[in-house]
Design a protein around this ligand. Structure first.
Ligand code: SF4
Ligand code: SF4
Length: 375
Protein backbone atom coordinates (compact mmCIF):
# COMPACT_ATOMS: atom_id res chain seq x y z
CA UNK A 1 0.00 0.00 0.00
CA UNK A 2 1.44 3.43 -0.97
CA UNK A 3 0.59 6.86 0.43
CA UNK A 4 -3.16 7.18 -0.21
CA UNK A 5 -4.11 9.51 -3.07
CA UNK A 6 -6.49 11.18 -0.62
CA UNK A 7 -3.52 12.16 1.59
CA UNK A 8 -1.57 13.58 -1.35
CA UNK A 9 -4.64 15.48 -2.49
CA UNK A 10 -5.35 16.80 1.02
CA UNK A 11 -1.78 18.12 1.37
CA UNK A 12 -1.61 19.58 -2.15
CA UNK A 13 -4.97 21.34 -1.87
CA UNK A 14 -4.08 22.66 1.61
CA UNK A 15 -0.75 24.14 0.41
CA UNK A 16 -2.21 25.55 -2.82
CA UNK A 17 -5.11 27.05 -0.85
CA UNK A 18 -2.71 28.83 1.51
CA UNK A 19 -0.69 30.18 -1.42
CA UNK A 20 -3.78 31.41 -3.26
CA UNK A 21 -4.90 33.25 -0.12
CA UNK A 22 -1.43 34.79 0.22
CA UNK A 23 -0.74 33.21 3.62
CA UNK A 24 2.99 33.58 4.17
CA UNK A 25 3.52 31.33 7.17
CA UNK A 26 1.40 28.26 7.82
CA UNK A 27 1.95 24.88 9.50
CA UNK A 28 1.90 21.63 7.53
CA UNK A 29 2.61 18.99 10.18
CA UNK A 30 2.13 19.37 13.92
CA UNK A 31 4.86 17.70 15.96
CA UNK A 32 2.72 16.70 18.94
CA UNK A 33 4.75 15.43 21.88
CA UNK A 34 2.29 14.08 24.46
CA UNK A 35 5.10 13.03 26.84
CA UNK A 36 8.89 13.02 27.07
CA UNK A 37 9.58 9.71 28.82
CA UNK A 38 10.83 6.72 26.91
CA UNK A 39 11.70 3.08 27.44
CA UNK A 40 15.02 3.56 25.62
CA UNK A 41 17.92 5.98 26.11
CA UNK A 42 19.43 6.45 22.65
CA UNK A 43 22.83 8.17 22.49
CA UNK A 44 21.69 10.90 20.05
CA UNK A 45 18.38 11.69 21.78
CA UNK A 46 17.72 15.24 22.93
CA UNK A 47 14.24 14.61 24.31
CA UNK A 48 14.62 12.42 27.39
CA UNK A 49 16.93 14.51 29.56
CA UNK A 50 14.17 16.29 31.49
CA UNK A 51 13.86 15.99 35.30
CA UNK A 52 11.81 13.06 36.62
CA UNK A 53 8.76 15.18 37.48
CA UNK A 54 8.55 16.34 33.83
CA UNK A 55 9.12 12.83 32.49
CA UNK A 56 6.18 11.58 34.56
CA UNK A 57 3.71 14.05 33.01
CA UNK A 58 1.40 13.53 29.99
CA UNK A 59 -0.63 15.86 27.80
CA UNK A 60 -4.33 15.09 28.11
CA UNK A 61 -6.30 14.08 25.00
CA UNK A 62 -8.16 17.41 25.26
CA UNK A 63 -4.88 19.37 25.23
CA UNK A 64 -3.78 17.40 22.14
CA UNK A 65 -7.08 18.03 20.30
CA UNK A 66 -7.04 21.74 21.19
CA UNK A 67 -3.52 22.14 19.75
CA UNK A 68 -4.47 20.34 16.54
CA UNK A 69 -7.71 22.29 16.11
CA UNK A 70 -5.93 25.56 16.87
CA UNK A 71 -3.27 25.28 14.16
CA UNK A 72 -5.46 23.49 11.58
CA UNK A 73 -2.77 21.20 10.12
CA UNK A 74 -3.70 18.32 7.79
CA UNK A 75 -1.02 16.03 9.30
CA UNK A 76 0.09 15.24 12.85
CA UNK A 77 3.29 13.48 13.82
CA UNK A 78 3.36 12.07 17.35
CA UNK A 79 6.95 11.64 18.52
CA UNK A 80 8.03 11.77 22.15
CA UNK A 81 9.41 10.19 24.22
CA UNK A 82 7.67 6.96 23.44
CA UNK A 83 3.99 7.64 22.69
CA UNK A 84 2.94 4.07 23.49
CA UNK A 85 3.84 4.76 27.15
CA UNK A 86 1.02 7.34 27.24
CA UNK A 87 -1.97 5.77 29.04
CA UNK A 88 -4.49 7.44 26.69
CA UNK A 89 -2.63 7.18 23.39
CA UNK A 90 -5.44 5.10 21.83
CA UNK A 91 -7.96 7.84 22.69
CA UNK A 92 -5.66 10.56 21.34
CA UNK A 93 -5.12 8.78 18.02
CA UNK A 94 -8.82 7.94 17.67
CA UNK A 95 -9.72 11.61 18.25
CA UNK A 96 -7.27 12.78 15.59
CA UNK A 97 -8.45 10.17 13.09
CA UNK A 98 -12.04 11.27 13.74
CA UNK A 99 -10.89 14.79 12.78
CA UNK A 100 -9.55 13.32 9.49
CA UNK A 101 -5.97 14.21 10.32
CA UNK A 102 -3.23 12.04 8.81
CA UNK A 103 -1.41 10.75 11.88
CA UNK A 104 2.13 9.36 12.06
CA UNK A 105 2.59 7.63 15.41
CA UNK A 106 6.38 7.46 15.90
CA UNK A 107 7.45 4.54 18.05
CA UNK A 108 10.48 2.44 18.83
CA UNK A 109 8.00 -0.46 18.53
CA UNK A 110 8.97 -2.17 21.80
CA UNK A 111 5.34 -1.96 23.00
CA UNK A 112 3.60 -2.00 19.63
CA UNK A 113 2.50 -5.63 19.52
CA UNK A 114 1.28 -5.41 23.14
CA UNK A 115 -0.82 -2.30 22.48
CA UNK A 116 -1.77 -2.72 18.83
CA UNK A 117 -5.40 -3.57 19.60
CA UNK A 118 -5.88 -0.04 20.95
CA UNK A 119 -5.79 1.09 17.31
CA UNK A 120 -7.87 0.42 14.21
CA UNK A 121 -6.37 0.29 10.69
CA UNK A 122 -7.24 3.48 8.84
CA UNK A 123 -5.94 5.46 5.90
CA UNK A 124 -5.45 8.26 8.44
CA UNK A 125 -3.07 6.29 10.70
CA UNK A 126 0.52 5.17 10.06
CA UNK A 127 2.91 3.65 12.54
CA UNK A 128 6.30 5.26 11.96
CA UNK A 129 8.84 2.78 13.33
CA UNK A 130 12.24 4.00 14.53
CA UNK A 131 14.94 2.03 12.67
CA UNK A 132 18.48 3.39 12.50
CA UNK A 133 20.12 0.63 10.46
CA UNK A 134 20.38 -3.14 10.13
CA UNK A 135 20.30 -5.25 13.30
CA UNK A 136 23.75 -4.54 14.77
CA UNK A 137 23.74 -0.86 13.80
CA UNK A 138 20.21 -0.26 15.08
CA UNK A 139 20.81 -1.97 18.42
CA UNK A 140 24.00 0.07 18.77
CA UNK A 141 22.17 3.33 17.94
CA UNK A 142 19.44 2.69 20.51
CA UNK A 143 21.96 1.36 23.05
CA UNK A 144 20.03 -1.86 23.66
CA UNK A 145 20.49 -5.31 22.18
CA UNK A 146 17.44 -7.04 20.73
CA UNK A 147 15.42 -3.93 19.79
CA UNK A 148 15.83 -4.44 16.03
CA UNK A 149 14.29 -7.92 16.21
CA UNK A 150 11.38 -6.59 18.27
CA UNK A 151 10.83 -3.78 15.74
CA UNK A 152 10.87 -6.19 12.79
CA UNK A 153 8.37 -8.46 14.52
CA UNK A 154 6.13 -5.46 15.24
CA UNK A 155 6.34 -4.26 11.63
CA UNK A 156 5.29 -7.69 10.38
CA UNK A 157 2.41 -7.84 12.86
CA UNK A 158 1.16 -4.34 11.99
CA UNK A 159 1.41 -4.94 8.22
CA UNK A 160 -0.43 -8.26 8.64
CA UNK A 161 -3.25 -6.50 10.49
CA UNK A 162 -3.66 -4.00 7.65
CA UNK A 163 -2.03 -0.95 9.22
CA UNK A 164 -0.03 1.57 7.24
CA UNK A 165 3.59 1.21 8.39
CA UNK A 166 6.50 3.52 7.64
CA UNK A 167 9.98 3.79 9.14
CA UNK A 168 11.98 6.73 10.43
CA UNK A 169 15.76 6.75 10.45
CA UNK A 170 18.16 9.27 11.94
CA UNK A 171 21.61 9.37 10.39
CA UNK A 172 24.71 10.24 12.42
CA UNK A 173 28.30 10.65 11.28
CA UNK A 174 29.18 7.03 12.02
CA UNK A 175 26.59 5.72 9.53
CA UNK A 176 27.81 3.07 7.12
CA UNK A 177 26.18 3.83 3.73
CA UNK A 178 26.24 0.16 2.70
CA UNK A 179 24.55 -0.87 5.93
CA UNK A 180 21.88 1.80 5.44
CA UNK A 181 21.17 0.57 1.93
CA UNK A 182 20.95 -2.99 3.23
CA UNK A 183 18.39 -1.77 5.77
CA UNK A 184 16.30 -0.08 3.03
CA UNK A 185 16.15 -3.42 1.20
CA UNK A 186 15.06 -5.20 4.38
CA UNK A 187 12.38 -2.65 5.21
CA UNK A 188 10.87 -2.65 1.72
CA UNK A 189 10.91 -6.46 1.90
CA UNK A 190 8.82 -6.29 5.08
CA UNK A 191 6.12 -4.35 3.26
CA UNK A 192 6.58 -0.87 4.72
CA UNK A 193 4.85 1.89 2.78
CA UNK A 194 7.73 4.35 2.81
CA UNK A 195 10.87 5.34 4.69
CA UNK A 196 11.67 8.68 6.31
CA UNK A 197 15.35 9.53 6.72
CA UNK A 198 16.95 12.61 8.22
CA UNK A 199 20.28 13.72 9.65
CA UNK A 200 20.37 14.02 13.43
CA UNK A 201 20.36 17.43 15.11
CA UNK A 202 23.19 18.46 17.40
CA UNK A 203 21.14 18.65 20.58
CA UNK A 204 23.16 20.32 23.31
CA UNK A 205 21.73 17.80 25.79
CA UNK A 206 22.49 14.65 23.74
CA UNK A 207 25.08 12.46 25.44
CA UNK A 208 27.30 11.71 22.40
CA UNK A 209 28.09 15.06 20.72
CA UNK A 210 30.71 13.56 18.39
CA UNK A 211 27.93 11.73 16.50
CA UNK A 212 26.63 14.84 14.74
CA UNK A 213 27.21 15.86 11.14
CA UNK A 214 28.35 19.15 9.62
CA UNK A 215 26.60 20.32 6.46
CA UNK A 216 29.11 19.16 3.85
CA UNK A 217 29.45 15.84 5.69
CA UNK A 218 25.67 15.49 5.55
CA UNK A 219 25.43 15.99 1.80
CA UNK A 220 28.41 13.70 1.11
CA UNK A 221 27.01 10.99 3.33
CA UNK A 222 23.51 11.24 1.88
CA UNK A 223 24.86 11.03 -1.66
CA UNK A 224 26.33 7.68 -0.65
CA UNK A 225 23.23 6.52 1.22
CA UNK A 226 20.37 7.54 -1.07
CA UNK A 227 22.23 8.33 -4.31
CA UNK A 228 21.61 5.79 -7.09
CA UNK A 229 18.53 4.69 -5.15
CA UNK A 230 16.93 1.41 -6.14
CA UNK A 231 13.62 1.82 -7.97
CA UNK A 232 11.74 -0.20 -5.36
CA UNK A 233 12.83 2.03 -2.44
CA UNK A 234 10.03 4.34 -1.40
CA UNK A 235 10.78 7.37 0.71
CA UNK A 236 8.11 9.06 2.72
CA UNK A 237 9.63 12.46 1.93
CA UNK A 238 9.19 14.98 -0.82
CA UNK A 239 11.57 14.63 -3.80
CA UNK A 240 13.01 18.12 -3.26
CA UNK A 241 13.96 17.32 0.34
CA UNK A 242 15.82 14.21 -0.84
CA UNK A 243 17.65 16.35 -3.41
CA UNK A 244 18.43 18.88 -0.66
CA UNK A 245 20.00 16.15 1.49
CA UNK A 246 22.31 15.26 -1.40
CA UNK A 247 23.26 18.92 -1.94
CA UNK A 248 21.43 19.19 -5.28
CA UNK A 249 18.65 21.59 -4.29
CA UNK A 250 18.75 24.60 -2.01
CA UNK A 251 16.09 25.03 0.64
CA UNK A 252 15.76 27.47 3.53
CA UNK A 253 14.30 26.44 6.86
CA UNK A 254 10.64 27.27 7.55
CA UNK A 255 10.42 26.35 11.23
CA UNK A 256 6.73 27.30 11.44
CA UNK A 257 5.99 24.52 8.88
CA UNK A 258 6.34 21.78 11.51
CA UNK A 259 5.63 23.46 14.85
CA UNK A 260 6.06 21.54 18.10
CA UNK A 261 3.50 21.40 20.90
CA UNK A 262 4.33 19.65 24.16
CA UNK A 263 3.87 19.76 27.94
CA UNK A 264 5.11 23.35 28.11
CA UNK A 265 3.11 24.78 25.18
CA UNK A 266 4.16 25.84 21.68
CA UNK A 267 7.92 25.53 21.48
CA UNK A 268 9.85 28.46 20.02
CA UNK A 269 11.09 28.37 17.29
CA UNK A 270 11.00 24.70 16.26
CA UNK A 271 10.99 21.08 17.34
CA UNK A 272 14.79 21.13 17.83
CA UNK A 273 15.58 24.42 19.54
CA UNK A 274 14.02 25.45 22.79
CA UNK A 275 13.97 29.21 23.18
CA UNK A 276 10.79 29.54 25.19
CA UNK A 277 7.12 28.66 24.87
CA UNK A 278 3.89 30.32 23.75
CA UNK A 279 0.37 29.70 24.95
CA UNK A 280 -1.16 29.74 21.47
CA UNK A 281 -0.02 28.95 17.95
CA UNK A 282 -0.97 32.45 16.84
CA UNK A 283 1.25 33.89 19.56
CA UNK A 284 4.11 31.70 18.31
CA UNK A 285 3.61 32.98 14.76
CA UNK A 286 3.21 36.61 15.78
CA UNK A 287 5.88 37.00 18.46
CA UNK A 288 8.78 34.91 17.13
CA UNK A 289 11.53 36.81 15.36
CA UNK A 290 11.82 34.31 12.50
CA UNK A 291 14.73 36.25 10.94
CA UNK A 292 16.91 34.85 13.75
CA UNK A 293 16.55 31.27 12.49
CA UNK A 294 17.55 29.22 9.46
CA UNK A 295 20.92 29.07 7.76
CA UNK A 296 20.65 32.53 6.14
CA UNK A 297 20.27 34.09 9.60
CA UNK A 298 23.85 33.17 10.51
CA UNK A 299 22.59 31.62 13.76
CA UNK A 300 25.26 29.03 14.65
CA UNK A 301 22.56 26.72 16.05
CA UNK A 302 21.08 26.51 12.55
CA UNK A 303 24.31 26.41 10.51
CA UNK A 304 24.55 22.62 10.18
CA UNK A 305 20.87 21.76 10.55
CA UNK A 306 19.29 19.90 7.63
CA UNK A 307 16.67 18.09 9.69
CA UNK A 308 13.35 17.24 8.06
CA UNK A 309 11.31 19.24 10.58
CA UNK A 310 12.94 22.44 9.30
CA UNK A 311 13.03 21.68 5.59
CA UNK A 312 10.39 19.13 4.58
CA UNK A 313 7.59 21.70 4.82
CA UNK A 314 9.73 24.10 2.76
CA UNK A 315 10.19 21.40 0.12
CA UNK A 316 6.44 20.78 -0.09
CA UNK A 317 5.66 24.52 -0.27
CA UNK A 318 8.36 25.09 -2.90
CA UNK A 319 6.97 22.26 -5.04
CA UNK A 320 3.85 24.35 -5.58
CA UNK A 321 5.69 27.68 -5.56
CA UNK A 322 7.50 27.77 -8.91
CA UNK A 323 7.37 26.13 -12.33
CA UNK A 324 11.04 25.19 -11.96
CA UNK A 325 10.47 23.32 -8.68
CA UNK A 326 7.27 21.65 -9.87
CA UNK A 327 8.96 20.53 -13.11
CA UNK A 328 11.88 19.10 -11.13
CA UNK A 329 9.52 17.13 -8.90
CA UNK A 330 7.67 15.74 -11.93
CA UNK A 331 11.00 14.78 -13.50
CA UNK A 332 12.23 13.12 -10.28
CA UNK A 333 8.96 11.26 -9.84
CA UNK A 334 8.82 9.95 -13.40
CA UNK A 335 12.49 9.30 -14.16
CA UNK A 336 14.30 9.19 -10.80
CA UNK A 337 17.30 11.29 -9.78
CA UNK A 338 19.80 9.91 -12.31
CA UNK A 339 23.29 8.58 -11.67
CA UNK A 340 25.04 10.03 -8.64
CA UNK A 341 28.80 10.55 -8.77
CA UNK A 342 29.77 9.31 -5.32
CA UNK A 343 32.12 11.39 -3.16
CA UNK A 344 34.76 9.79 -0.91
CA UNK A 345 33.26 8.09 2.16
CA UNK A 346 33.84 10.77 4.84
CA UNK A 347 31.93 8.72 7.37
CA UNK A 348 34.52 5.95 7.11
CA UNK A 349 37.00 8.34 8.77
CA UNK A 350 34.47 9.03 11.53
CA UNK A 351 33.92 5.34 12.10
CA UNK A 352 37.65 4.60 12.01
CA UNK A 353 38.17 7.33 14.62
CA UNK A 354 36.00 5.37 17.02
CA UNK A 355 38.03 2.21 16.64
CA UNK A 356 41.52 1.96 15.28
CA UNK A 357 41.44 -1.77 14.55
CA UNK A 358 40.74 -3.20 11.11
CA UNK A 359 37.45 -4.97 11.85
CA UNK A 360 34.36 -4.12 9.77
CA UNK A 361 31.73 -1.76 11.17
CA UNK A 362 29.26 -4.52 11.78
CA UNK A 363 31.88 -6.58 13.60
CA UNK A 364 32.96 -3.55 15.61
CA UNK A 365 29.38 -2.82 16.61
CA UNK A 366 28.73 -6.43 17.50
CA UNK A 367 31.73 -6.37 19.82
CA UNK A 368 30.18 -3.61 21.94
CA UNK A 369 28.27 -5.04 24.87
CA UNK A 370 24.77 -3.59 24.99
CA UNK A 371 22.15 -3.98 27.67
CA UNK A 372 19.76 -6.74 26.56
CA UNK A 373 16.09 -5.91 26.03
CA UNK A 374 13.90 -7.46 28.69
CA UNK A 375 10.19 -7.80 28.03
S1 SF4 B 1 13.40 5.90 21.09
FE1 SF4 B 1 13.25 8.06 20.42
S2 SF4 B 1 12.52 9.19 22.22
FE2 SF4 B 1 13.27 7.18 22.94
S3 SF4 B 1 15.38 7.56 23.58
FE3 SF4 B 1 15.42 6.83 21.44
S4 SF4 B 1 15.39 8.71 20.17
FE4 SF4 B 1 14.76 9.29 22.27
S1 SF4 C 1 17.52 25.43 10.92
FE1 SF4 C 1 17.01 23.65 12.22
S2 SF4 C 1 17.46 24.35 14.30
FE2 SF4 C 1 17.33 26.21 13.01
S3 SF4 C 1 15.18 26.87 13.20
FE3 SF4 C 1 15.33 25.54 11.40
S4 SF4 C 1 14.77 23.49 12.17
FE4 SF4 C 1 15.28 24.75 13.93
Amino acid sequence: MGVPISQMWTVASYVIGKRLRGVKRYPLVLMLEPLFRCNLACAGCGKIQYPADVLRRNLTPEQCFKAVDECGVPMVSIPGGEPLLHPQIGEIVAGLVARKKYVYLCTNAILLEKHIDQFKPSKYLSFSIHIDGPKAEHDFAVCREGVYDVAVSAIKAAVAKGFRVTTNTTVYNNADPDAMREMFDSMMGLGVEGMMISPGYQYEKAPLQELFLHRNQTTNLFKRIIGNAKRNWKFNLSPLFLEFLKGHWDLECTPWGMPAYNLFGWQRPCYLLNEGYCETFQELLDTTDWSKYGRASGNPKCADCMVHCGYEATAVADTFGSVKAFSRVVQLTLFGAGREKLPPDDSAAGRAGQDQDSTSDSERIRKVELPVLSS
